[in-house]
Design a protein around this ligand. Structure first.
Ligand SMILES: [Zn+2]
Length: 226
């Protein structure tokens, strides 16, 4: 058996829309030399490059089908064989199911890699709904406001340009944000259970200061990639 600590570690980042996953993943890339592998990007790249798996994916997509786990895993395998993943990778968008997680474990073992951790960015649903659904902007200059956290100095008048015209994004309402969070929890619950069962789940409080969250994440990554 290889010494596990010398094996390349793969991290899985889980978090609902609005939890700051993209921002945090970029920080980890810079700090640790990790490569973020997003399934959507990988698929597009493999199709463009015309690899075997990419050609299979293209045929499926052109027929209007869903790309199978096997094809996604083949594309992931090709990508992880490239030298820039030597220091480790952060997976984004895969796995989405416990079945995919088990298949990923098998792939990592076959590749001589290991799962570093599955990191769950945890949010307070009520606070997220308040944060996102309270947002609005000045229709004239685009200045951002919030019902609770950043009101104009004079009610109904933009601080920056004096306009009285404001707008809200249709999908930034409490119902839509709540539904997105519910869908996320429903989809992710089996994965959380899976990784918890393996002792690989790490939870990070993703509410609050970006720097504190980044610090918590960095401590975990330093520990599991050391
Ligand atoms: Zn304005």
């Amino acid at each position: 058996m290889a010494d596990t600590m010398t094996q390349t570690a793969v991290l899985i980042l889980l978090g609902p829309p609005g939890a700051g996953k993209g921002t945090q993943a970029r920080m980890l890339e810079e700090k640790f030399g990790l490569v973020q592998l997003s399934t959507g990007d990988l698929l597009r790249a493999a199709v463009a490059a015309g690899t075997d798996a990419g050609q299979q994916a293209k045929a499926v997509m052109e027929a209007g089908g869903l790309v199978s786990d096997e094809i996604v895993l083949a594309i992931l395998k090709d990508r992880m064989a490239e030298p820039d993943t030597r220091k480790g990778a952060i997976l984004d968008g895969f796995p989405r199911t416990a079945k995919q997680a088990a298949a990923l474990d098998a792939l990592l073992e076959e590749q001589g890699m290991r799962l570093g951790a599955a990191i769950s960015l945890e949010v307070d649903d009520e606070a997220m709904v308040e944060r996102v659904s309270g947002r609005y902007t000045c229709a004239n200059c685009g200045e951002g406001y919030h019902d609770s956290f950043k009101k104009p100095a004079v009610a109904g008048v933009c601080d920056k340009c004096g306009s009285t015209d404001f707008k809200r994004r249709a999908d930034d309402n409490a119902e839509t944000v709540g539904a997105r969070l519910a869908a996320y929890h429903e989809q992710t619950a089996p994965l959380i259970t899976y990784y918890e069962g393996k002792g690989a789940l790490k939870r990070v409080d993703a509410m609050g200061e970006i720097d504190r969250i980044a610090g918590d994440l960095a401590a975990i990554v330093a520990e599991v990639t050391a």
